[in-house]
Design a protein around this ligand. Sequence first.
Ligand code: NAD
Ligand code: UFG
Length: 336
Amino acid sequence: MNLLITGGTGYIGSHTVVELLKLGHDVAIVDNLANSSTQVLPRIEQITGLSPRFIEADICDRAAMDKVFSENAIDAVIHFAGLKAVGESNDIPLSYYHNNVSGTVTLLEVMAEHKVKNIVFSSSATVYGENNQSPLVETMPTSATNPYGQTKLMIEHILFDLAKSDPEWSIACLRYFNPIGAHESGLIGENPNGIPNNLLPYVAQVAVGRLAQLQIFGDDYDTIDGTGVRDYIHVVDLALGHVKALESLDKIDGCQAINLGTGNGTSVLQIVEQFKQTAERDIPYQIAPRRAGDIATVFANAELANNLLGWQAERGLVEMITDTWRWQSQNPNGFE
Ligand code: NAD
Ligand code: UFG
């Protein structure tokens, strides 16, 4: 297939591009490098022996996107491009609504003009809000507690309405749980700007000595050890979920939301313990107050992905942490 990958130089995008190139797909990436760098491109080539076409462009720039679709044959789009920091979205909500929501509308309009009506969208488990009990099922009510989550929810609504209006569209909204890990080569991985917001990159930077200690946000939740429980999923499993979603688009009637998770929950302390064992390093930590907006337990019911896409996560926690550590220890300063 001829594929356009928006946000393809980012964390999940770059891992997905690797899997797509390995399968012989023709890949063009559009990214404005807001949260990534072109240094990932030679790494992708080192892993696959192939190089994707790279176009530096903003999905909000209609003329640039029109040019991309005019100059490249495209059968389907995987749409990763977006801003993703929950805390930052509270401070600069308009940037989030503009970039994520308006950018997606522009992308969809240009796609429609060029009669490309197949899209896989990066949604998030954040759309389940605070009031559902895990395991989370796709049919549960959705809500959002911050501007970032609102953008994902709004885009899902836009995609559902679009599919309803025109049966030619095939749309998969993939609701990711907590992606971690890195490619087994250690050549690509998550490379956050500044101090990481998410648990795994934070722990990895403590282990490698870039950060002094981890703050554990709350140890009084109603969970196995009092710390927050999440459904961590290996980024390569997630990437393979996108491949399956693409292959299944013709089976999808309109727009379908699909969880990509493992169905298993792991606590913060369990992560820390496993990381210590894998990295053979101490991970100093301090118990800190709960983080606003966090809930105790989030994990997926992953049956729909299995039934509809024939996909399930295959990599366990030890592999996720081993690969995170390989990436972090081989690239202590990311791609720099
Ligand atoms: P990332 O920041 O590494 O990748 C996103 C990419 O999009 C970056 O390369 C960035 O430069 C690019 N981008 C941002 N705005 C753009 C624009 N206007 N035009 C062109 N490119 C633009 O993030 P990621 O972790 O790879 O996440 C990919 C997608 O998955 C995002 O939409 C994110 O919201 C979603 N998601 C991520 C997680 C997670 O925990 N990582 C969880 C759920 C959903
Ligand atoms: N945590 C800490 N210390 C840290 C960072 C995190 O104790 O420094 C804890 C959190 O309290 C939570 C767990 O580690 O219990 C995981 O936190 P993350 O920030 O890694 O992940 P979240 O589940 O909070 O959020 C992630 C993405 C969001 C997405 C959400 C969907 O970052 O973008 O999953 O479920 F919306």
